[in-house]
Design a binder for this molecule. Structure first.
Ligand code: 5GP
Ligand code: ZN
Length: 112
């Protein structure tokens, strides 16, 4: 199966990793939308938030824990935004579940 984020998780596509555990990887987004922009993914291939089930939902907690730990490591004291795009209308372009973590600028609300 062809999946760019699985390849990044395995190190087969280079990325700037900022965090890694047995289950999770976070790396700098190639097209940053804020001065700080990382993508948090599970190493396990799950296509989108719509594919979270009673069997695999623990991974979502691990993704949030990653964000919390990255924020402490990177001293994002003024806050940050976590975004999960899901499906076509949600603006998802890579079919492997991920959180965007954006910081170091004032982010508008509501999003466009
Ligand atoms: P989505 O549009 O699915 O919510 O987010 C996918 C994100 O992955 C985009 O922000 C895009 O810039 C990023 N991205 C896509 N391909 C690569 C890549 O090969 N390396 C890195 N570091 N980021 C990527
Ligand atoms: Zn994948």
């Amino acid at each position: 199966m062809d999946c760019v984020f699985c390849d990044i998780a395995k190190g087969e596509i280079p990325s700037t990793k900022v965090y890694e555990t047995d289950d999770i990887v976070a790396f700098k987004d190639i097209d940053p939308q804020a001065p700080f922009h990382v993508v948090i993914i599970p190493k396990q291939h799950i296509p989108s938030p719509a594919h979270i089930t009673k069997e695999n939902y623990d991974i979502a907690g691990k993704m949030i824990l990653a964000a919390s730990e990255i924020a402490k490591m990177e001293k994002l004291d003024k806050g940050y935004r976590i975004v999960a795009n899901c499906g076509e209308d949600g603006g998802q372009t890579v079919g492997h579940i991920h959180f965007h973590m954006l910081a170091q600028r004032n982010l508008s609300w509501p999003p466009g």
